[in-house]
Design a protein around this ligand. Structure first.
Ligand SMILES: [Zn+2]
Length: 234
């Protein structure tokens, strides 16, 4: 079982860990700061045991790092990992921007998100609108950027499941759908704006995101409207 170090601190890039399993081109560690693809956020890249990390995935309770080249280290070896910070930080900025987008859309229209996916500095999110409000793109761009300028703090905490399922803000984001086997729920709180159960990596403050621009709106059917955005530097 790999300990997910990035859950408690998204800003650490270099770490040591022990190799616990190997397979063709893949390394599993006892702990890692590499984010594995999941929750709409793509994996980190970087260097592990001197080898280039090209993909990171969860396999059961282990995190598998796909590496290029060799030779691979041995099981039991202590190895050093370094996460590519440029890519990670762009993903952190993008992920936080999407939570801000969810927050402002909920506050303004009480419409929930239905899905989404991100790349570094670009993303799409689907919302249950039918139809989209008049002037929607300009309005969300304005609302999101006000929150980004506002420099809101982002706090990460771990709550017992029993506490989390009674939190009104978390109920709205369907915390009850998290399997019963999960006894501790990680909460990402953009203080005063948006609170979600979430396993992603986020920046410390909304000011660190930059600004959001709406690229395109797409009609994906009844009650499903897609918003494509990019994150730009200030
Ligand atoms: Zn998220």
């Amino acid at each position: 079982m790999t300990e997910l170090l990035y859950l408690s601190d998204a800003y650490v890039t270099t770490f040591t860990a022990r190799v616990v399993d190997l397979r063709d081109g893949g390394i599993a560690l006892d702990r890692t700061h590499f984010y594995p693809t999941g929750g709409g956020q793509p994996h980190d890249t970087g260097v592990l045991a001197g080898l280039s990390v090209t993909e990171v995935r969860k396999g059961g309770t282990d995190v598998w790092h796909t590496v290029e080249g060799g030779p691979l280290p041995s099981i039991g070896d202590e190895v050093e990992g370094t996460v590519d910070w440029d890519r990670r930080h762009r993903l952190m900025r993008t992920h936080t921007a999407l939570h801000v987008l969810c927050g402002v859309i909920w506050n303004e229209w009480h419409v929930p998100v239905t899905g989404g996916n991100m790349e570094p500095l670009s993303a799409r999110m689907d919302f249950e609108f039918d139809p989209l409000p008049e002037g929607f793109a300009a309005r969300i761009e304005e609302l999101v950027n006000v929150e980004l300028v506002a420099d809101r703090a982002i706090e990460v905490s771990f709550l017992p499941r029993d506490t989390a399922v009674q939190d009104a803000d978390l109920i709205r984001t369907k915390v009850s759908l998290i399997p019963d086997s999960v006894t501790e729920i990680r909460v990402v709180d953009i203080v005063g704006l948006d609170k979600q159960a979430d396993g992603g990596t986020h920046v410390h403050s909304t000011a660190e995101v930059g600004r959001l621009r709406v690229l395109k709106l797409e009609n994906k059917g009844k009650g499903n409207k897609r918003v494509r955005v990019e994150i730009i530097d200030v």
